[in-house]
Write a new protein. Structure first.
Length: 201
């Protein structure tokens, strides 16, 4: 039997309103159009712990971030073991709308405890490529005007952005300027992936 080549795992990161979801779904469509097996997925998930997180995030204010960090990590283990790993093994490229670096930037940044957040997430592998969509919190909040979430606060978003930028400095994330128009951002992302995977996209 011919061995299947493992897929490539790409994650999208950024503060709320950075355009992650639009970008990652468009990229997914691009992969499909070109005939590559591809799978799009999102965290928090809609599985058991993910659903619990969604209830907390939308209804309860002031939930301790240590508690949230543990829930996100548990959701991620289930997500990786039951979904992501299996898809990669079957040769699908997996596009994650948020993954480990969301926990590092949000919970790690807000708690000033990045090392602990890394540790509780060390049961899942890092993605092959993590793309960070950079935007100022001002612009991001404007984009999201009608939607309010637990992190719709300029001070918190600045702190989270700062943590993302420190990960860019450490070369863990590849940064893309997300203040440009969507079509331009998409082409920038496609260029990065083409070079990394050596494929036509
Ligand atoms: P998401 O549904 O991606 O919101 P959006 O599409 O608006 O970016 O994520 C929900 C919230 O959960 C978002 O505010 C970021 C937060 N989050 C964390 O704080 N830590 C994590 O590990 C993850 C995956 C998400």
């Amino acid at each position: 039997m011919r061995e299947i080549k493992r897929g490539f795992h790409i994650s999208f990161e950024g503060i709320d309103g950075s355009g992650k979801t639009t970008l990652s779904t468009n990229l997914y469509l691009r992969f499909k159009e070109k005939g590559y097996p591809c799978f799009y997925t999102v965290e928090p998930t809609f599985m058991r712990v993910g659903s619990l997180i969604r209830i907390h995030a939308s209804r309860i204010k002031n939930v301790p971030q240590y508690y949230m960090a543990l829930l996100f990590a548990a959701d991620r283990v289930e997500h990786y073991e039951r979904v992501i790993k299996k898809k990669l093994e079957k040769g699908y490229h997996v596009i994650s709308d948020r993954y480990v670096h969301s926990s590092i930037a949000y919970q790690g940044g807000l708690l000033n405890d990045i090392e602990w957040v890394r540790r509780i997430n060390n049961k899942v592998p890092l993605p092959d490529l993590a793309i960070y969509l950079d935007i100022s919190p001002d612009k991001a909040l404007n984009r999201k005007k009608k939607i309010s979430g637990p992190f719709d606060n300029i001070v918190l978003l600045n702190k989270i952005r700062e943590t993302y930028l420190s990960l860019v400095n450490m070369k863990e994330l590849v940064m893309v300027d997300a203040e440009k128009p969507l079509e331009v951002v998409l082409e920038d992302v496609v260029e990065i992936i083409k070079n990394r995977l050596n494929i036509d996209l």
